[in-house]
Design a protein around this ligand. Structure first.
Ligand SMILES: [Zn+2]
Ligand SMILES: [Zn+2]
Ligand SMILES: [Zn+2]
Length: 347
């Protein structure tokens, strides 16, 4: 059995793809040996052209000029070495081999500086990432300087920590690589923070966008009227079609009607009237029509704010800025969506 293993001859099924191999193959002049005793004959010129590291090794002067060149590739299973040699010759690797030896091939591609193989391994490992293998792959990704794979692993660990924690690999890691454990826990903390922050940001954006829409509706109700409510100098027409922002517009109309008749408004004791009051003030802050604006109290608020200049002025300016920018962001997104649409149809 040992004897058999010791002299396995690798066939070169894909050698036709290698330009140097299209003709007659010269006899092998190098031997690659693995830890488990596999000896694979190979050609120095092919190895050197596939990997600068192998080229370096082959260029080193030897003690006996005539002795056979031997390249040990140790620490990985013989079959992985054999798949590696196949890749050196053909730049190809079978799915089955990738599935079985992807981890080893990634390590070899890193050690022997073969970016093409490295990319293939990373892609395949990302596809096959699982709760069972993620800790091992993560360690390897860190050693082999594969940031994409590293990040994918970290995200998987973060998303399924309860299950990952139960694996043997995790227990082994806790015992033997506390630094990596710390790194993972830190990443998870930061990820949680990031998630919270972006959730808060999305909620804020939604609120500001709602306010911006409310502003548009308020203006349009007060200038041209919408369904039941219109400007003081115009008869609201019941024949008018509901506008495109019906839900918001309807809410504002109800609020305006309420504001006009509420009896509790005077001493500031009505929350709906307070809301209307704030919408009117916000409008006045955003509004740039000086004397022609038909929104009630627009001018009065402007004058009042000019007189006050201080107090909660800064707070309001910030609110105005956020509402205006939420609107700008949303219309920008809308534009981008519309730009993307026809391109998709072309393709
Ligand atoms: Zn409307
Ligand atoms: Zn009220
Ligand atoms: Zn106005």
């Amino acid at each position: 059995m040992k004897e058999d293993q010791a002299n396995v001859v690798v066939s070169y099924p894909d050698s036709g793809h290698h330009p140097r191999l299209s003709g007659e193959m010269p006899p092998p002049d190098v031997r690659i040996i693995s830890s488990d005793g596999l000896r694979i004959p190979a050609h120095a010129s092919i190895l050197a052209s596939a990997s600068p590291v192998l080229e370096n090794i082959l260029d080193r002067p030897r003690k006996h000029r005539r002795s056979e060149k031997i390249i040990p590739i140790l620490g990985v299973p013989g079959d992985a070495v054999s798949a590696f040699v196949q890749f050196l010759y053909s730049s190809r690797c079978g799915e089955g081999e990738m599935e079985k030896y992807g981890i080893h091939l990634l390590a070899l591609s890193h050690v022997f500086f073969m970016p093409q193989l490295k990319q293939k391994c990373i892609k395949s490992l990302i596809e096959r990432l699982s709760i069972e293998n993620v800790v091992d792959v993560l360690q390897l990704a860190r050693l082999c300087d594969a940031p994409d794979l590293y990040l994918k692993c970290m995200k998987l660990v973060t998303g399924h920590f309860k299950s990952v924690e139960k694996t043997e690999a995790w227990k082994f890691l806790q015992k033997h690589d506390p630094w990596l454990e710390l790194e993972i826990l830190q990443f998870m903390d930061e990820e949680e923070l990031r998630r919270k922050r972006s959730r808060r940001h999305r909620e804020e954006q939604r609120l500001y966008l709602e306010l911006s829409e409310a502003m548009e509706c308020l203006e349009h109700i007060c200038t041209e009227g919408c369904t039941g409510v219109g400007p003081y100098d115009m008869e609201p027409s019941s024949k008018r079609e509901p506008c495109g922002k019906y839900a918001t517009c309807h809410g504002i109309q109800l609020l305006i009607r309420h504001f006009a008749t509420c009896k509790r408004r005077a001493n500031g004791g009505c929350s709906r009237c307070n809301r209307m009051w704030q919408l009117l003030k916000l409008h006045s802050c955003i509004c740039d029509q000086l004397d022609h604006c038909k929104v009630p109290l627009c001018r009065q608020f402007k004058l009042k704010m000019q007189l006050e200049k201080k107090g909660d002025d800064a707070k309001w300016r910030l609110l105005v800025r956020k509402v205006v920018s939420a609107k700008a962001m949303s219309s920008l997104n809308q534009e981008q969506k519309e730009k993307r649409r026809p391109q998709r149809n072309d393709g």
